[in-house]
Design a protein around this ligand. Structure first.
Ligand code: FES
Length: 86
């Protein structure tokens, strides 16, 4: 297993696993806040609802449910990170 960093804490993942899957397996159901201020979380699992957006530091937020986890990547709640930068 390898790890990425979620809110400063390591999260292990299996090869090919998505960020959302690894976070759920680790017990992280809440992914921060959504764009409208509600709790961001896994919902559709196919990249359509935008409910699982996270920041990986590479530009625009990505859907955690369809984005593969990468070793040592720093992942943060999407909109909390954006709010802190403004
Ligand atoms: S859970 Fe719907 S886009 Fe990820």
């Amino acid at each position: 297993m390898t790890e990425f960093i979620w809110k400063g804490e390591p999260v292990t993942f299996l090869e090919g696993e998505t960020i959302a899957s690894a976070l759920r397996r680790a017990g992280h159901e809440c992914l921060g806040r959504s764009a409208n201020g509600q709790s961001a979380r896994y919902f559709c699992g196919i990249g359509q609802c935008q409910g699982c957006l996270v920041s990986t530091g590479d530009g625009a937020p990505v859907e955690a449910c369809i984005t593969r986890a990468m070793p040592q990547r720093i992942v943060e709640p999407a909109f909390e990170s954006m709010m802190e930068r403004t």
